[in-house]
Design a protein around this ligand. Structure first.
Ligand code: LMR
Length: 328
């Protein structure tokens, strides 16, 4: 326990490493909210910076700001439109103020696994989503994966009825809020950086997240246990300002695009393994993991079914059918 807690504390300590950007280089500030290492997004951002700073040295330079050290997810997009940051990768549940196109990714029990998500994103409908915010000045450059979501709480949570009356921290997504309401529980949207303290102090009782977030943020240390529901996903949009992107020199833009494509391809392959590793570490460190048997899983599916009825028309049955057809 103690060793794990120290390891978690170490991963939480500020250790921002910046390349020395030279005058004349195009400065690319990449802001994100998670840990740098042992985390799919953190590792992808680091690889992206390493490649840009090596291959585009003299022309471009990337600084990565992890753990909300520059902006929270709830202010990073406004900051991007003001020109205070060039790139970020918020989860798809954090774009509602700009577009409702990503709501489909929050439908519970829609995707079997992250490979199915990848297949859907690679489809014409998925690729179109990269442009969903172009009229607002934001451009998607690719999707980065994290993993399937689990539910943790300060009480033993086995069946959906165990969640009744609990206060959940959620991301700012109406579909997720509806899930919690369907459980007879309450929810508060809150930036990722505040979740550990809110769980520890009892401001909230429960949350839902991926294994890599649960481990690197130490949520399991202040919760009774984690219920392995695999009911949803956390996936990211690598996003930039359209004006900034279009303002780049053509050659530089093309090279950046290629590097982002390659990093996306390379790191997305490891998202699942990093999640499994984090799960193993949570268990080794004494975290309680509750697996669902088939009957219990059916209860969770049934409990969340009203959310589908609530959002089916707005999201579109055709789009949902296309997502369901993706098998990975
Ligand atoms: C959350 O807020 O729970 C996640 O979106 C954090 C992240 O970026 O993985």
């Amino acid at each position: 326990w103690l060793v794990g807690a120290i390891a978690v504390a170490a991963t939480l300590a500020p250790q921002i490493t910046h390349a020395a950007c030279d005058p004349g280089e195009e400065l690319i500030r990449f802001s994100h909210v998670t840990a740098e290492s042992g985390h799919p997004k953190g590792e992808a951002a680091t690889l992206l910076a390493n490649r840009i700073n090596t291959e585009l040295d003299g022309r471009a330079c990337m600084e990565v700001y992890p753990r909300s050290s520059l902006f929270n997810d709830d202010d990073v997009l406004d900051a991007m439109l003001r020109g205070d940051v060039e790139m970020a990768a918020p989860s798809l549940s954090k774009f509602e103020a700009y577009t409702l196109a990503f709501r489909i990714f929050d439908l519970p029990f829609l995707f079997e696994d992250i490979l199915a998500v990848e297949e859907f994103q690679a489809s014409p409908q998925g690729q179109e989503m990269l442009l969903a915010m172009s009229d607002q000045g934001l451009l998607g450059l690719g999707f980065w994966h994290n993993g399937m979501k689990q539910i943790s709480a300060n009480v033993p949570l086995e069946r959906p009825s165990d969640a009744e009356g609990l206060m959940f921290r959620i991301q700012p997504s109406a579909v997720i809020a509806a899930q919690i309401a369907a459980l007879g529980a309450e929810s508060q949207a809150m930036p990722f950086s505040q979740v550990f303290d809110a769980l520890e102090s009892g401001q909230v009782d429960a949350q839902q997240n991926t294994w890599s977030n649960i481990y690197t943020q130490g949520f399991y240390l202040v919760q009774d246990g984690i219920t392995e529901t695999n009911h949803g996903i956390i996936d990211y949009l690598v996003v930039t300002s359209s004006d900034w992107w279009q303002g780049l020199d053509d050659g530089l833009r093309a090279e950046l695009e290629q590097i982002i494509l390659e990093v996306t391809h390379e790191r997305n392959r490891f998202a699942f393994e990093l999640g499994e590793l984090a799960r193993m570490r949570v268990r080794q460190d004494g975290g309680v993991i509750r697996r669902l048997d088939d009957a219990a899983r059916e209860e969770w599916v049934a409990a969340f079914a009203p959310v589908w009825d609530q959002f089916r028309d707005e999201i579109g049955s055709d789009l949902i059918a296309a997502a369901q057809a993706a098998e990975g």
